[in-house]
Design a protein around this ligand. Structure first.
Ligand SMILES: Cc1cc2nc3c(=O)[nH]c(=O)nc-3n(C[C@H](O)[C@H](O)[C@H](O)COP(=O)(O)OP(=O)(O)OC[C@H]3O[C@@H](n4cnc5c(N)ncnc54)[C@H](O)[C@@H]3O)c2cc1C
Length: 308
């Protein structure tokens, strides 16, 4: 058994380290069993030291940002869970380029772009979580996606030994896919390339998106956003509706009655209940339409595995 206080001695203060920390406190779903140890580094130096030491001692490391696209197992997470959203938040604007680092929120970056009269990131204004999480997921909305605005990404390898700069071509962006889903590097910053815009128009577009989200999405309930990837040529929402699955529930996990692509937590849903609802939706759509609907949520922790 690792003595975590000894392990992190000289790297983190006790305030930045929680043992047996329920992950339900750190996911927008409010779901997830205990992380053996949950840490919130604030500097790149701390992050690098943690990664190097974990690598040297063969301890598993899991990374989260704002936990807004993550479903954590009921058994929790073994090893070290690094939460990036307390990393020092810095943003700069030079001409058409915005650089944002650490735990900066995606919405905060969108507002910063507005303040600097730059357009191209209005769609991201209501997306929860960190901009580094959005880079990882290739977050998208209102016809755009990170892929269209990211110019460079700054990362640290999982063993903490190397700092890397990724150009656009290196990111291998796909539908909710990026190189980081395959190589495990930890993203610490991003440079976006936007274009000059009219501040009033930027603001108006953001307001429209915010209203649209409030009207269409079940923001009053806990969730991790939309749960499925769209198979080419299909729309998932209408298929869910057609299968009679609106409001379908197992325990406190329910297909949203407001937006069928969301599976909400009505109170005390477990990870397993959310997965059971997702699998039932996949099964019923397969039976009716003979198409596989992949999942668009990150599934992490003991006893579960990433599915698509
Ligand atoms: C109400 C609601 C609305 C949403 N609307 C949208 C939407 O319009 N469009 C959209 O695309 N998504 C949406 N989402 C999903 C989610 O907010 C985004 O995918 C978001 O970008 C995830 O960021 P995060 O920091 O919360 O990532 P997390 O959920 O913490 O992590 C997601 C994945 O990224 C990895 N990760 C996070 N940070 C890093 C890092 N620094 N380095 C390496 N890996 C990292 C994690 O390991 C995990 O696999 C919504 C979610 C909710 C709850």
């Amino acid at each position: 058994m690792t003595d975590w206080k000894v392990f992190f001695d000289g790297i983190l203060t006790e305030r930045d380290l929680k043992i047996n920390e329920p992950m339900s406190r750190h996911t927008t779903y409010g779901i997830g069993g205990p992380a053996d140890v949950f840490v919130t580094p604030q500097t790149e130096e701390q992050l690098i030291e943690i990664l190097r030491k974990a690598d040297a001692e063969g301890i598993a490391v899991t990374v989260i940002g704002g936990g807004s696209n993550t479903l954590v197992s009921d058994k929790g997470i073994r090893g070290i869970t690094i939460c990036m959203n307390r990393m020092k938040q810095e943003m700069t604007c030079e001409g058409e380029w915005i650089t944002a680092s650490g735990g900066t929120g995606t919405g905060t970056v969108a507002r910063f772009a507005e303040k600097n009269s730059l357009k191209g990131f209005e769609w991201a204004v209501g997306i929860p979580g960190t901009v580094c999480g959005a880079v990882f997921m290739n977050a998208n909305g209102y016809g755009s996606q990170m892929k269209r605005v990211v110019e460079e990404v700054y990362a640290i390898t999982r063993d903490g030994k190397e700092k890397k700069t990724y150009g656009w071509d290196d990111l291998h962006y796909g539908d909710s896919d990026s190189v980081f889903m395959h190589n495990g590097d930890i993203i610490v910053g991003v440079k976006l390339h936007l274009s000059p815009g009219n501040p009033e128009e930027i603001k108006r577009e953001m307001t429209e998106h915010q209203i649209s989200r409030r009207t269409k999405q079940p923001l009053e309930k806990r969730s991790a956003g939309t749960m499925y990837l769209r198979p080419p040529g299909y729309h998932v929402g209408p298929m869910i509706k057609d299968c009679g699955l609106i409001g379908f529930s197992i325990g406190d996990a329910q297909v949203s009655t407001k937006h069928p692509d969301f599976v909400v937590n009505n109170g005390h849903a477990s990870c397993q209940e959310i997965l059971d609802v997702l699998h039932e939706v996949q099964k019923r759509i397969m039976e009716k339409y003979h198409v596989h609907v992949p999942l668009d949520v990150r599934i992490i922790g003991e006893g579960v595995q990433q599915e698509r």
